[in-house]
Design a protein around this ligand. Sequence first.
Ligand SMILES: [Zn+2]
Length: 427
Amino acid sequence: MAYTPALDRAFAKSLSLAESLFTDIGERTHDGVGITRATYGEGEQIAHDRVAAEARTLGLEVTTDAAANLYVTLPGRDRALPGIVTGSHLDSVPRGGNYDGLAGVVAGLVCLASLRRAEVTPPRDLTVMGIRGEENCWFSAQHIGSRAAFGRLPPKILDTAVRADTGHTLAWHMADAGADVDALRRGEAYLRSERLAGFIELHIEQGPVLDEAGIAVGIVNAIRGNVRCPDVKRIGAYDHAGAVPRRLRRDAVMASAELVAAMEHHWQRIEDDGGDLVMTFGQLGTDPGAHSLTTIPGLVRFTFDARSHTQGSLDRVTAEMRRLADEIGRRRDVEFAFQPFTGAAPAHMDPELRRRLGAGAQALDMATLELASGPGHDAADFASAGVPAAMIFVRNRHGSHNPREEMHMDAFTDGTRLLLWLLVNWP
Ligand SMILES: [Zn+2]
């Protein structure tokens, strides 16, 4: 296979498919403000059904696994060869943007449609995967579909994870979407790394790097891992704001502010040492039921999220957080309570696939930029399952997880053309 002028013409003609899928799925999952495609919910199902219907029209094979992930396959000449999978997720955050996730599935479908139109049979199976449940916000559990596909979803969360808006368990919602929950409880894997030649995920960039550089397409070198605490409580003592001298106060706000400021200094030190790190304290606030203008705050709650390419930086930041909380707590006589930290290891994209993407960009005379991904992606789960994984980023304005997200079709076209080049030039 090669990227021929005939294939490029077929590609140009297949792009109308992308426009109609983006418009149709976008309109049908619009919530009045943005896009809502809840994990194992209505909007996600609309996207799955629409993509599956389109795939059947194109004469592609359509299957699902026990987690109700969608697989659309253009059969290869030798079906015994390990196949190539591309794709992304079809859920979204509430009031999110249309392209987060969907762009990767549509890009894959455009590639298969182009090959069909050009009457090219690939040497090995090419599959587009519509992945379920990538977003963390619905079940406080991320990458549900990709983990389940490899039999790596801890069965416990089927019954303990509860969807934020409905209160129903993950098992309930999965069954509702047609998943085989019993197979998931047994940890059955649908995908096996030895049967996969690689996984490539096209995704909009969720930060400003490509837009700032004026470059349409990025090649991801690594996906940052993270360490998180969903609830940190800082417990001091409520008291009269006018009556208590400084040395006797047990002020939860002052203690929290000191911790946050000290952690930012620590972040700076890690950067000075050449380390990669981003850090966020969120949802920081006093208890509205107990605070007032004239009350020394006795309780502050906040969340903590740190991300890095290197596990060492994540370990350093966690250790420093605990040390500081302890030291400040003793000095200011406030207690601290951390909910258990959760984490995900950093994932490095396959060097050989990155090299090939670079060669493809050169062959197509396309400027690209190597960059890291701050947000997590399903590609990390493929990488950690032992599958060579790569990501193509497409320039996008105004960030992500909001309705102002803005991907232009010319950037999408470039990213998808590079994906197609990689698929047809697979050795
Ligand atoms: Zn996404």
